[in-house]
Write a protein that binds this ligand. Structure first.
Ligand code: ZN
Ligand code: MN
Length: 472
């Protein structure tokens, strides 16, 4: 039997981070709010109300589109997408149909290009909660600004889809266009999945899996849909029409919802209340110039400039605030490798344990930089810095200098003081002394180790080793 190939295209809906909604002045922050407080006649679609486009949403949409290498149209317009469902108070969604904000983008994922068809703007619907006796509706989210990012069917596996979605999330966060917090429903996916014989160019009938709200769900749902279609294919009965597919997260199963609606089902027509968006080349170029260094470029620079491994560079550039933090620490202490070791190991261990961001804890980049300066100058040892000093900084928010002074943790580099401890350590380790004299250079390690233990890690290990050698 011929080998099969998976074909996936992704639609990503991401909420644009703005103060107010897309076409009215309602508060856009509805997280943890009582239902139906952020509403007004405009987002509720009352007759005679005039929507006004949110300029911040437009600006952030353009920046996101540019960061995804899209071309911005100098003229774009809004359209009504008509549908009747209780989550839509207006009876239509304001979206962009045939003249979207931007088109023809691309992203590189592991050396491969995924083409991006378009990024357009639209508003979100309300939220339905199904209860035993019916459904409850909350319109706080109705009218929230969204960008929809549509890819070409260039993705070839569930893992690749996940990787692409993660990279998009990272870019949207870097440019500040969306917080893209999946837990808060700020980013959701629809995945169009089909299969074909490997090497074929045909696009077969697809299953469009709706409303996936985690990377894991995205990955698992694609796998399950491929499996569903493969069973039909192998039975000689391949799927022949497009279907809308649901994902049951509890059962980890896909199910067929309905045959897919085509765009003609929505009776799109130009939105009469919103004038077309007209942009000059100059305005577009100005926004382009404001785009920060993007994660992939920054990662490569970290490798070449700071001599980091690709893995460490990847860790540090996952989030822009963390990458900024790292670079600030390097500027203060002057040692890129030391900064890398402190940030990627001890600091990130805490961040991971507590599921917080770098900005949500007490050790600022300035404080970390000062701590590492003490290590670079030899005032405290690496071990003391990593252990006691950092831990107390993290707990109390006190500066490294203050803790070192209060606890008397200064590294002992004073020769006479060290000599006394070294002498004791040599006397207590006759076997190691013997081994060293018989040419086992490494035996010196256990003597220095004892010196470190005796001084609670405060001895300068290089100096101690030097003294022990001399004494032997
Ligand atoms: Zn409103
Ligand atoms: Mn949409």
């Amino acid at each position: 039997m011929a080998e099969l190939e998976v074909v996936v295209g992704l639609e990503i809906h991401a909420q644009i981070s703005t103060k107010t909604k897309m076409f009215c002045r309602c508060d856009n922050d509805s997280w943890d709010k009582v239902a139906n407080v952020n509403v007004c006649p405009v987002c509720m679609g009352f007759p005679g109300q005039l929507p006004v486009l949110n300029e911040e949403a437009l600006r952030k949409g353009i920046v996101a589109a540019l960061a995804l290498n899209c071309e911005i149209r100098e003229v774009s317009k809004f359209d009504r997408k008509n549908y009747f469902y209780p989550d839509s108070p207006k009876g239509f969604q304001i979206s962009q149909f045939d003249e979207p904000l931007s088109e023809n983008g691309e992203l590189e994922i592991g050396g491969k290009k995924i083409r991006i068809t378009r990024l357009h703007l639209e508003d979100d619907a309300g939220k339905l909660t199904h209860v035993r006796d019916g459904s409850l509706v909350d319109f706080n989210r109705a009218g929230t600004p969204l960008m929809e990012i549509v890819s070409e069917p260039d993705i070839r596996s569930a893992d690749e889809a996940e990787e692409y979605a993660r990279v998009v999330q990272q870019i949207l966060r870097y440019v500040g266009a969306s917080e893209a917090d999946m837990e808060k429903g700020m980013m959701r996916f629809d995945a169009s999945v089909s299969i074909r014989e490997k090497g074929s160019k045909t696009l077969n009938a697809r299953g469009e899996i709706k409303n996936l709200n985690s990377f894991r769900a995205l990955n698992k749902a694609i796998e399950a849909e491929v499996e569903r279609q493969t069973v039909l294919w192998d039975a000689g009965n391949p799927q022949e029409e497009d279907f809308t597919i649901g994902w049951n997260d509890e059962k980890q199963e896909v199910y067929v919802m309905r045959s897919k609606e085509g765009s003609s089902d929505y009776r799109y027509f130009p939105e009469p209340d919103i004038p077309p968006v007209v942009l000059t080349k100059k305005e577009i170029e100005k926004l382009r110039s404001e785009i920060p260094e993007l994660p992939a470029v920054r990662r490569e620079r970290f490798v070449s400039e700071y001599k980091l491994s690709d893995g460490d560079a990847r860790l540090l550039t996952v989030d822009r605030a963390l990458a900024d933090y790292y670079e600030k620490v390097v500027r203060i202490c002057g040692d890129a490798r030391l900064a890398n070791s402190f940030v990627t190991t001890i600091l990130m261990k805490h961040l991971k344990e507590e599921l917080i961001d770098v900005g949500e804890q007490k050790v600022t980049a300035e404080m970390m930089g000062e701590l590492l300066k003490l290590v670079v100058s030899g005032e405290i040892s690496n071990n003391v810095a990593k252990g006691e000093v950092f831990e107390e900084m993290y707990e109390s928010g006190k500066s490294a200098g203050e803790i070192v002074k209060k606890k008397g943790l200064k590294q002992i580099s004073d020769t006479s003081e060290l000599e006394a401890v070294c002498k004791k350590a040599i006397e207590a380790n006759p076997q190691a002394v013997e081994d060293f004299k018989n040419g086992k250079d490494r035996a010196i390690g256990s003597i220095v180790g004892m010196v470190m233990k005796e001084t609670k890690g405060q001895a300068n290990p290089a100096k101690a080793s030097e003294i022990v050698r001399k004494m032997l």
